[in-house]
Design a protein around this ligand. Structure first.
Ligand code: XMP
Length: 520
């Protein structure tokens, strides 16, 4: 458990709702720091003076399953303002002597909520009719209020849809104010943060820059840091942040894995070494990577091999440079959450992201991950604050394992060169048609399937190219982008006609979930 950023914050205790991250984002959008922690990991003894308010999230449990192992009830009585959302609302009522039972009608989706009493929590929340649309998702509900609680608003099915105990600063809402379907839901969160917890804004890009530079200097001291620079948004921001914090004590290492996008290595060296004057070492490890990946087709094995080799290379260079204690990485908050290190066991492990899960346990270098509390959009804003140009900041994300995870099955040099070309044509076309910035991430993949085609009068038997283009807020969920037929036609013709080795193009129309963004 971290709680190590010395900033006033709202602590969100995660009980496993799919929306918990959204609560953190909403608070940060208000300019206030918020941190997420699993209900299993947080103990009352860990609550420090920086925590000005607590939000109990929703989740799939029911209140009668809660014991001291699952949640330390003492947290409720520390005198800190608490907002319970959905299941969190039920916990708050139950622990204060109220009753929770199965609802007669399970409520999923929109419901109308009617104002019954005034409360700080609903200041400027209700519309003129005093009946907002809110988004519900629950099977249980509070059936009897605890002492000293009053009703603030009700729906037809939930009498206690918003409740408060003003004296203790306890608030509960049965619906989800953090989702956009709830009309004016942000107001509930901002009222809790500013009016109830009385916390001050402390989370602008400028605040983050100052705080992070200070933290890095304290942590690094006189030692040296190496940083794996990929040229992507995250590692670019980390490099520039470290550059500002420790200057020449930073050694950026750019590893050419042979699994990069076309021209990537040339562009990165050009930008970072020549333009930004960052201490950059270029390592051509193409042969090493391809050799290690020979005949490997299992996605997790690929990820582990690549992660391990990256670290080996970093350690090799650390030895050469001498007195290197740290390896800096651009790990983000969603990476931590998806690898389960923050929120415990509610979500199952999906992939070993090489920033987090793929690193060997016995790595000699200590990790420094300055962005590990930031969401992607926050990283982009921080990058601008650090004077990185828009072109770098708005690049589509590119995964550490690179083209290896966009090529299901075994990896060969021939496949890599085919894929590089297809991806290049696709991305260039998106840029040319003004679509690149409308899309969160796009790429081409090469499927290990050959199909029959006809070109001229000849039969062809070539690989299948899959295109993926998605819209997303932070990569945690995603939807596929809808291209016009003319664009789809143009790009499929271009790829099939220009690249030998591909005779069919398909477009991935799955969202995340149930799919993931990358194929492996
Ligand atoms: P998935 O495939 O998990 O991808 O839906 C979510 C986002 O994460 C990127 N990604 C990675 N980034 N190292 C990275 O730095 C990795 O190992 C890795 N795996 C996936 C992916 O490109 C998408 O933006």
């Amino acid at each position: 458990m971290s709680l190590d950023i010395n900033l006033d914050k709202i602590l969100i205790i995660d009980f496993g709702s799919q929306f918990t991250q959204l609560i953190a984002r909403r608070i940060r959008e208000l300019g206030v720091f918020s941190e997420l922690v699993s209900h299993k990991k947080i103990k009352s003894t860990l609550i420090n003076k920086n925590i000005k308010g607590i939000i109990l999230s929703g989740g799939p449990l029911n209140v009668y399953q809660l014991n001291n192992k699952i949640f330390d009830k003492k947290i409720i009585n520390l005198g800190i303002p608490i907002l319970g959302i959905c299941f969190g609302h039920q916990i708050l009522s139950k622990f204060n002597g109220g009753r929770v039972k199965k609802s007669k009608h399970r409520e999923f989706g929109l419901a109308k909520i009617f104002k019954k009493n005034n409360s700080l929590l609903v200041k400027n929340f209700f519309n003129k009719q005093k009946s907002n649309q809110v988004w519900m998702s629950h099977a249980d509900q509070v059936s009897r209020l605890p002492k000293n609680f009053k009703v603030v608003a009700s729906t037809d099915n939930s009498k206690f849809a918003i409740v408060e105990n003003k004296r203790e600063n306890f608030y509960g809402v049965q619906f989800h104010p953090e989702v956009t379907h709830t009309e004016n839901g942000k107001k509930i969160i901002s009222n809790f943060v500013f009016l109830v917890c009385k916390i001050k804004r402390n989370w602008s890009s400028k605040d983050q820059k100052i705080q992070l530079i200070k933290d890095i200097r304290t942590k690094v001291g006189t030692s040296k840091v190496i940083c794996g620079l990929s040229g992507g948004v995250d590692s670019s921001v980390v490099s520039q942040l470290l550059n500002k914090a420790i200057g020449k004590k930073l050694y950026c290492i750019f590893v050419n894995t042979g699994l990069l996008r076309k021209n990537e290595e040339r562009e990165v060296v050009e930008t970072f070494k020549k333009r930004l004057k960052i201490n950059l070492i270029y390592v051509n490890a193409e042969k090493e990577f391809i050799k290690k990946l020979t005949n490997v087709s299992d996605p997790e094995k690929k990820r582990k091999i690549i992660g391990n080799l990256f670290v080996k290379i970093f350690e090799r260079y650390a030895k050469k440079i001498k007195n290197v204690k740290f390896l800096a990485q651009g790990t983000l908050y969603p990476d931590l959450i998806e690898s389960k290190s923050v929120t415990g066991s509610q979500t199952s492990k999906i992939k070993s992201h090489h920033n987090v899960g793929g690193l060997p346990k016995k790595m000699k270098l200590k990790l420094i991950e300055p962005l590990k509390f930031l969401f992607k959009d926050e990283v982009r804003k921080l990058g601008l604050e650090l004077n990185l140009n828009k072109e770098i900041i708005s690049r589509h994300p590119f995964p550490g394992p690179g083209l290896a995870i966009r090529m299901p099955g075994i990896i060969t040099k021939k496949k890599i060169s085919i894929l590089k070309e297809a991806d290049y044509y696709f991305i260039q076309a998106l840029k040319k048609h003004g679509l690149y910035h409308k899309i969160w991430q796009a790429y081409a993949a090469l499927l290990p399937v050959k199909t029959v085609g006809v070109m001229g009068d000849n039969r062809t038997y070539e690989y299948l190219c899959l295109l993926r283009a998605i819209t997303s807020e932070d990569g945690m969920t995603a939807d596929f982008f809808e291209f016009k037929k003319s664009f789809s036609q143009m790009i499929s013709n271009k790829i099939v006609n220009s690249i030998r080795g591909i005779n069919r193009v398909v477009y991935d129309i799955t969202s995340k979930p149930p799919s993931t963004i990358e194929l492996e």
